[in-house]
Design a protein around this ligand. Structure first.
Ligand SMILES: NC(=O)c1ccc[n+]([C@@H]2O[C@H](COP(=O)([O-])OP(=O)(O)OC[C@H]3O[C@@H](n4cnc5c(N)ncnc54)[C@H](OP(=O)(O)O)[C@@H]3O)[C@@H](O)[C@H]2O)c1
Length: 382
């Protein structure tokens, strides 16, 4: 009886029986949903009882969960050599008793991406994340991929990008992930990336502008612009312009721009209150790395707000986010003093899973260089 009670089966009246035309299914991470074949709709609540459920425990011995080409979850029984769309754990579902909504926020600063995505099935959704081979970008890419999305890791270095892809595949060998070259310090590379993506004829539902450099010494990109400004803001700005048509066609779609709280500590206007363009890409004499970073993050927010104003009526939203203060990623790598500060702050700040940080030594040898990187090696640019 205890087992039946656990499975929610002790009540034998017909409350749990599905009306005709309904079928019970499960998502990859075990949430039960209901499909109505006549009305061609799905819902989380049981059509009679209104209860939400999830399956309890893992699959029985010999069973494996797979996803077909339409993103539909199915189950393989290796012992009896058969496949079925019916989750064998459906006999053992437990009621999902969500905590009654209160005025408190459901998520807080310590919530992880996996927690926020829990219960979501992102099959059929396509996401691009810039700078996804490490840190916040990698964690985001992994979380989206583990929930079924097709994720493109847009990285300046294919070796590091492919390494990140492998790390995600190690977690789930069916994850749909690929790395593509994108060097935001080169407008030509941004253009090539957009063309390569468009040639795949895929939709684009999520574009996360995450890549950034911080505290970098002054240097010019191949486009003769200060590198922090171009990598953190202008490269992303251009990327979004080039992909805007795909985003619109894929609506509802969203752009997320990873900014920072530090945008507050700067200004991009001159004394008369006008936008001062010389502050955006300053000369070496007028350059201060922290200010350049803060300005680029302010540009991120201004861009995201304006993008949202223009595209939201077309089903494409844009939001700028602050991920947390001094999270230990690779961001501090440009100067040992920053590394020291980030290390000291580490016990008190949000954590990133350790596998998100790639050893920097791999960056140096045996990798294909973009024109910008080649120029950098020859000392022409940064
Ligand atoms: N960590 C924090 O405390 C913090 C706080 C506030 C905001 N943020 C923001 O969070 C975002 C992610 O930072 P993170 O902490 O995860 O740092 P991270 O680990 O250093 O990640 C930055 C990513 O950007 C990539 N990148 C750098 N230059 C690029 C270029 N020219 N083209 C393409 N990709 C490039 C890096 O690739 P490589 O590995 O090849 O260099 C790396 O994958 C950034 O926008 C940052 O401003 C972070």
């Amino acid at each position: 009886m205890a087992a039946l009670k656990y499975a929610g089966l002790e009540d034998t009246d017909s409350e749990e029986e599905l009306p005709p035309g309904w079928e019970e299914r499960t998502t990859k991470d075990g949430w039960v949903y209901y499909a109505n074949h006549l009305e061609e709709k799905t819902q989380w609540e049981h059509p009679k009882s209104g209860k939400r459920k999830r399956v309890a425990g893992g699959l029985p011995y010999g069973w494996e969960q797979e996803t077909d080409e339409n993103g539909q979850v199915y189950f393989v029984d290796h012992i009896n050599k058969r496949t079925t769309y019916l989750d064998p754990r459906l006999a053992f579902t437990v009621e999902d008793n969500p905590v009654k909504p209160t005025t408190r926020q459901k998520y807080d600063g310590n919530s992880t991406a996996m927690e926020i995505l829990q219960g979501r099935d992102l099959s059929g959704r396509v996401a691009i994340i810039t700078g996804a081979n490490s840190g916040i970008g990698f964690e985001t890419a992994k979380s989206l991929a583990l929930h079924g999305a097709y994720v493109i890791l847009a990285c300046r270095n294919m070796s590091r990008g492919n390494d990140a892809v492998q790390r995600i595949l190690t977690e789930w060998h069916k994850a749909k992930v690929e790395a593509m070259t994108l060097d935001l310090a080169s407008l030509h590379s941004v253009q090539l990336f957009a063309e390569a993506f468009k040639s795949k004829n895929m939709p684009l539902h999520i574009l996360i502008c995450n890549a950034a450099i911080f505290g970098a010494p002054w240097c010019l990109t191949e486009d003769d612009l200060e590198s922090t400004f171009q990598v953190n803001h202008l490269g992303h700005f251009y990327l979004v312009q080039l992909l805007e048509d795909v985003l619109r066609r894929s609506s509802p779609a969203r752009v997320v721009v990873v900014s920072s709280e530090s945008h507050r500590f700067t200004e991009i206007k001159d004394n008369s209150g006008k936008l001062d363009f010389s502050l955006l890409s300053p000369s070496k004499k007028e350059y201060w790395a922290m200010l350049a970073y803060n300005r680029s993050k302010l540009c991120n927010i201004l861009f995201s707000n304006e993008l949202n104003r223009r595209l939201a009526p077309h089903g494409v939203t844009s939001n700028a986010v602050h991920p947390g203060n001094m999270m230990y990623s690779s961001l501090h790598r440009s100067w040992w003093v920053y590394t020291l500060l980030f290390t000291l702050a580490r016990p008190f700040t949000k954590s990133m899973q350790s596998q998100a940080c790639l050893p920097r030594s791999r960056a140096r040898n045996g990798e294909t260089a973009t024109p910008a990187q080649a120029a950098r090696r020859e000392g022409r640019h940064c």
